[in-house]
Ligand binder design. Structure first.
Ligand code: 5AD
Ligand code: SF4
Length: 443
């Protein structure tokens, strides 16, 4: 039997990247590679990278320096860069980081076998072509992330929203949706293997669109198809753009018990003026109308968001609009960032990055501490209530405790008793922090 080579894949950035790394692992398996979690044992190290902010790229640069030292000790080691940073910097990276052997953008993973052959023959290899139709629909990802209970399914790729600050349309190319039959098949197989939750992923899932024999299928219908596989399979999705989160979609979430009651709806800023400069194509009022629709159609639904502090020309008044929007919505959770100018985006070309670093930091701190307050308030309001929790694993602190999530995506720690990951457990919440709920088994 041929000895398998070992591949170590390290993933940076978003859930899409985690999902892509699983596709890459699957492609490598056909090439006599197996995945390893031991970097020292690896024959091939791949970094699946992110370009969303400058600090994401800096983290990868630092990691490459460490890998350089490792390669000096193991000259046969192959080092490759995948993902958004590979796509953004292309062959420039081969000049700047001379110990990289391989560069592959998000649409080039199918070429990995040929590219690795090229590396084996002593050349550098690169494929950064973007595709109009690659969805990796036929590739069965190797589930390297997660605990065997939850899994990601990529349903569409690319983004054409061109928000002024964002590099993604340039690194991930045109929007394209995946054949719905392959999505439902993948979800069903996961359920049969014991998985109990799938998250449907796309840069903007509401833009999902497929047409067969003239019959269109849009995201709400796809979501319902996946949810109808089995009532015991929970379904989540990310991410939605506020401009097209429709009442139709909200109705589908409301009427299907196993579609999770949690919506991630990035606001970015609470100021209509800034939103317009960001090319977000909605106003604060439009966003608040969508929040009102969520509250009306799905009572008890959690709402989470993304916020950028210090976008070009942001005034103190704009910042206060963001603060008041956060209070008005009462977000359950938020991802919060300082604006980071990305080369070649519309904002980089058109607007100076003119909010001083200290001001950006102060505004971000204010946003973070407000969110801390809102998360704590939201969690405190759950005390005394009962939730159906899907157990995901054993708590890090004690093997007598399990952790899992509510439909609203809140993490709950509770006594293990005779339960196992993958079980649904009714838990009564007894205490909380801003980050976690603690519960006891309900009577
Ligand atoms: N600077 C800061 N944050 C950014 N995001 C996207 N681009 C930038 C940028 N240039 C944030 C947005 C987006 C999330 C994934 O990252 O909030 O929703
Ligand atoms: Fe994901 Fe965006 Fe980072 Fe690319 S740039 S990995 S799409 S977060």
């Amino acid at each position: 039997m041929e000895i398998k080579k070992k591949a170590y894949i390290e993933t940076y950035g978003c859930q899409m990247n985690i999902s892509d790394s699983e596709i890459v692992a699957s492609i490598l398996e056909t090439q006599n590679y197996e995945s390893t979690t031991d970097i020292k044992a690896a024959d091939l190290i791949l970094l699946n990278t992110c370009s969303i902010r400058d600090n994401a790229e800096q983290r990868v640069r630092n990691r490459l320096n460490e890998l350089h030292a490792l390669k000096r000790k193991h000259p046969g080691l192959v080092i490759g860069l995948l993902g958004c940073m590979a796509e953004r910097l292309k062959d420039k990276l081969l000049e700047e980081e001379r110990h990289i052997d391989l560069i592959v953008g998000p649409d080039g993973y199918r070429q990995l076998p040929q590219l690795l052959e090229q590396v084996e023959s002593g050349q550098k290899a690169i494929n950064v072509l973007l595709s109009a139709d690659e969805t990796y629909a036929d590739i069965n990802p190797v589930r390297t992330s997660g605990s065997g209970v939850t899994a990601f399914i990529s349903i569409m790729r690319g983004c054409e929203n061109f928000c002024a600050y964002c590099v993604v349309p340039y690194t991930r190319g045109k929007e394209r949706s995946r054949n719905p039959q392959t999505i439902v098949k993948e979800a069903r197989e996961l359920f049969e293997q014991g998985f109990r939750e799938v998250t449907l992923l796309g840069q903007n899932v509401n833009s999902y669109h497929w047409e067969e024999n003239g019959i269109p299928i849009e995201f709400p219908a796809l979501l319902e198809d996946v949810a109808s596989i089995d009532p015991l399979l929970r379904v989540r999705f990310a991410t939605s753009h506020p401009k097209d989160i429709s009442d139709d979609l909200l109705e589908v979430i409301a009427t299907n018990k196993n579609i999770c009651k949690s919506i991630h709806l990035p606001i970015q800023s609470g100021s209509t003026r800034v939103l317009q400069m960001m090319k977000r194509s909605y106003t604060r009022e439009w966003y608040m109308d969508r929040i009102a629709a969520i509250r009306r159609i799905i009572p008890g639904c959690a709402v989470t968001t993304d916020i950028i502090a210090g976008f070009c020309s942001e005034t103190e008044e704009d910042h206060q609009d963001t603060i008041s929007a956060m209070r008005e919505v009462g977000y359950d959770y938020a991802y919060m960032f300082k604006y980071s100018e990305r080369p070649n985006t519309a904002a980089a070309k058109k607007y100076p990055d003119d909010v001083e670093e200290e001001v950006k930091s102060r505004r971000l701190d204010e946003i973070i501490s407000l969110q801390q307050e809102l998360s704590l308030k939201s969690n405190k309001s759950e005390i005394g209530k009962e939730f159906e929790v899907l157990a995901e694993g054993v708590s890090k602190r004690s093997d007598q405790q399990l952790f899992g999530r509510t439909s609203q995506n809140k993490v709950v720690v509770f006594p293990r008793d005779s339960y196992n990951p993958g079980d649904y457990v009714t838990v009564k919440i007894i205490s909380c922090t801003a980050a976690t709920l603690r519960g006891e088994l309900a009577e």
